[in-house]
Design a protein around this ligand. Structure first.
Ligand code: PEP
Ligand code: MG
Length: 591
């Protein structure tokens, strides 16, 4: 162990605290040989390219099969990567460069990958920007196969348990293999909360911190390290005091987690009998297992736009049908809320007509895009209505800004129902259709919308972004992203009251729902359902069991008299200290 102690701050991507030794996985630099070839060598070069692509597909398929049937969340991602490698367009473009510019296969591949990367980089949506990582992984794999370097970490012999892998980035394939090698935690320089390393780490239940800039240059294999996935800290070469503190936090977290998991099946009901349904949010069907394991009562938000990952064209009716049926198979008779595509504008893929927009967050996206793109929307609606025969489905429309959009969507649904009847395909015609309330105009006219919707789900992520005029992906204005701002509280109350007056269920599915700090507010408002990521479910359920609605009502009355977020936060924080055990939990969260 050499060097002085260093603290790195990143993004806590998977909760938990781990202490171990660094295993440095520096896979940043695959050397890309660049040279021109003779015209007579073109055929040979194309053969090399073909063989490298085939080998890459085979490797990805092999890894996927090794992990099949284990409910691993990255199965779908590996499938998507294999599809991207197999994509004819990628091969054709690289082959075109080899033939026309007489350059070698490695160079041609890296140019195609760079072009796709740049295209992704121009998209302003954070999720899709992060997909640049997927492009890099597949490019890296093909090039490694061309130059004869190992593409997988399968042959690595990790020294022992207690190994903490520190890497620039990890592919889902790497993570899958490393998980077999008893990796205790992951630290990566790249990635955000929705990057695949994070998704995989959460599904494996190992702590992870991502977005840790500069760690690769500072760490050496064998260094001692404390990884705090709760706070997003990495302590490199910690002092003995820091190790001791880390150990205590790790024990505390593990004990609480066990307690929480033991109680996960208990209903979330307050001391005075107010019941909240706690459901799960998923992006990939393979996340279902993790959500259910943690006590989710159904799915409150399935972000179906993730179905576009790795595809060069929109999913077909059959793709939709099969995907949703698989979900019902696993979920049984619990309710599943499936959100229709929240994409468009900058989130345009493959065969879909691309048009860049000056302000994509306010552009032709979500329901606006779907209403204008029947070829994309109708197969989804048909798949949903057919799958509804096999389970309890609710259809949710994203980014609704007014009543007309609900009417237009209902008309399309009615048209699809008629078509399915004509085709003799079994389907359901009375699936509840609800609105995701996340645009201020929808919230302000919530009474009109409630009259024409079967349910509401409040998307606080976008609601805050639009209400407070704060770009949710821009860390420079993060300090203005204030969930307890009086405007937010007023709008939440407007939505819930409209739903209650029209006797339709209302849930919250944005990140606010996952933060226990805001649970008393939702209880006071009378929100009957909260939907969140797997990791947050047990703690929110337990918190609800510790609360009395009457106390929450009193707190909310006081909070409503405050005029700033800071005052409201102070009231809520002291309430938590006084009335709940949350204050002593190691993962207490701020605003
Ligand atoms: C939201 O906006 O609150 C939400 C849940 O949807 P997304 O994060 O996918 O925009
Ligand atoms: Mg949203």
């Amino acid at each position: 162990m050499t060097g002085r102690p260093r603290i790195f701050r990143g993004i806590g991507a998977s909760p938990g605290v781990a202490i171990g030794t660094v295993f440095l996985l520096d896979r940043r630099k695959v050397r890309v040989p660049r040279y021109h070839i003779q015209p007579e060598n073109v055929a040979h070069e194309l053969e090399r390219l073909k063989a490298a692509v085939a080998r890459s597909v085979g490797q990805l398929e092999g890894i996927r099969q090794r992990f099949a049937g284990e409910g691993m969340e990255h199965q779908t991602i590996l499938e998507a990567h294999a599809m991207m490698v197999r994509d004819r367009a990628l091969f054709d473009e690289a082959a075109g460069l080899v033939t026309e510019e007489l350059i070698n296969a490695e160079w041609a591949t890296s140019r195609v990958i760079e072009r796709i990367r740049e295209m992704f980089g121009r998209l302003s949506d954070a999720y899709f920007r992060e997909r640049r990582g997927d492009i890099d992984f597949i490019g890296d794999r093909i090039i490694r196969n061309l130059v004869g370097q190992i593409a997988d970490v399968a042959d690595l012999d990790l020294p022992e348990a207690g190994t903490i892998v520190v890497a620039h980035d990890l592919s889902p394939a790497d993570a899958a293999i490393l998980s077999r090698q008893r990796v205790t935690a992951f630290v990566t320089e790249a990635g955000g909360k929705t990057s695949h390393t994070s998704i995989v780490a959460r599904s494996l239940d190992v702590p992870a911190v991502v977005g840790v800039r500069g760690i690769l240059d500072a760490a050496g294999s064998g260094d001692l390290v404390v990884v705090d996935g709760l706070e997003g800290h990495v302590l490199l070469r910690p002092t003995s005091n820091q190790v001791e503190r880390g150990r205590k936090r790790a024990d505390h977290y593990q004990r609480l987690n066990l307690e929480l998991l033991e109680a996960k099946a208990l209903p979330a009901e307050t001391l005075d009998g107010f019941s909240v349904k706690v459901a799960g949010n998923i992006e990939l069907p393979t996340e279902l297992a993790a959500v259910l394991r943690r006590g989710a009562e159904g799915i409150g938000l399935y972000r179906t736009e993730f179905l576009f990952l790795g595809r060069s064209e929109a999913p077909s009716e059959e793709d939709h049908y099969r995907t949703y049926c698989r979900i019902f198979d696993e979920v049984g008779d619990q309710e599943v809320t499936i959100r229709t595509f929240d994409l468009g504008g900058e989130k345009v893929f493959g065969a879909m007509p691309t048009e860049s927009e000056p302000n994509p967050a306010l552009g032709l996206r979500a329901i606006r895009f779907c209403l204008k793109s029947p070829a994309v929307f109708e197969p989804q609606v048909a798949g949903l209505l057919r799958a509804a025969v096999h389970g309890r489905l609710r259809i949710m429309l994203p980014m609704v800004s007014g009543v007309e959009e609900v009417r237009a969507a209902r008309q399309i649904i009615a048209t699809v129902v008629r078509q399915l009847s004509r085709d003799g395909k079994p389907h359901k015609s009375d699936v509840p259709v609800g609105v995701m309330v996340e645009v201020p105009s929808a919230a302000i006219t919530a009474d009109y919308l409630a009259a024409e919707s079967d349910f509401f789900s409040i998307g606080t992520n976008d609601m805050l972004q639009f209400l407070l005029a704060v770009d949710r992906t821009n860390e420079r204005v993060d300090y203005l992203y204030l969930p307890l701002h009086p405007a937010v509280l007023r709008v939440l109350a407007t939505c819930v009251h409209a739903a209650t007056a029209h006797r339709i269920p209302v849930s919250v599915c944005g990140e606010m729902a996952a933060n226990p700090l805001y649970t008393p507010i939702f209880v006071a408002l009378g929100v009957g359902e909260l939907s969140m990521n797997a990791a947050s479910i047990p703690s929110v359920k337990r918190l609800i069991r510790e609360l009395a609605k009457a106390d929450c009502d009193e707190l909310f009355a006081e909070v409503q008299r405050t005029t700033t977020h800071a005052e409201a936060l102070a009231l809520v924080t002291s309430f938590m200290h006084e009335k709940t055990s949350l204050a002593s939990s190691p993962w207490q969260t701020g605003a």
